[in-house]
Write a protein that binds this ligand. Structure first.
Ligand SMILES: [Zn+2]
Length: 134
């Protein structure tokens, strides 16, 4: 099966702080990160769209015990994008030691961070980040 939008293409765009997704021609659903089929209706008929990268924090957690290569504490959040999909990413610019429920609903904008490779990966990685806008 040929993918409409590959993970490699998604990550290359992310390196330029561009968020790509797919819009289903059958049902209109927008989703990201890319999937082979529409998660709403299983259609294969989708168009690549550029999303705003803006949304609201819906939930988050503070990571105190991190995997190798990561420096705790840090915040991992699920953000509801303005176009609908929910996307996971690190929240930057907020002190994890003082994070509280006032983070829920805060407006954020997408960015990215390049992480060095580790012994589990094939080289450097690109991670989704969000910074608060308000
Ligand atoms: Zn669909």
């Amino acid at each position: 099966m040929e993918l409409k939008l590959t993970t490699k293409e998604f990550l290359e765009a992310l390196r330029q702080d561009k968020l790509l997704g797919l819009r289903c021609r059958a049902c209109g659903a927008v989703h990201t990160p890319p999937a082979a089929i529409c998660p709403e209706c299983d259609s294969l008929d989708m168009d690549i769209v550029e999303l705003s990268g803006r949304g609201k924090i819906r939930t988050y957690t503070v990571i105190w015990t991190a995997p190798e290569g990561f420096q705790p504490p840090y915040i991992v959040s699920l953000v509801e994008l303005d176009e609908g999909p929910w996307l996971m990413g690190n929240i930057l610019g907020v002190d994890p030691n003082t994070a509280d429920m006032s983070l829920i609903g805060r407006r954020v904008k997408l960015g990215h961070r390049v992480l060095p490779g580790d012994r589990y990966s094939a080289g450097e990685k690109v991670a989704i980040t969000f910074a608060t806008e308000d």
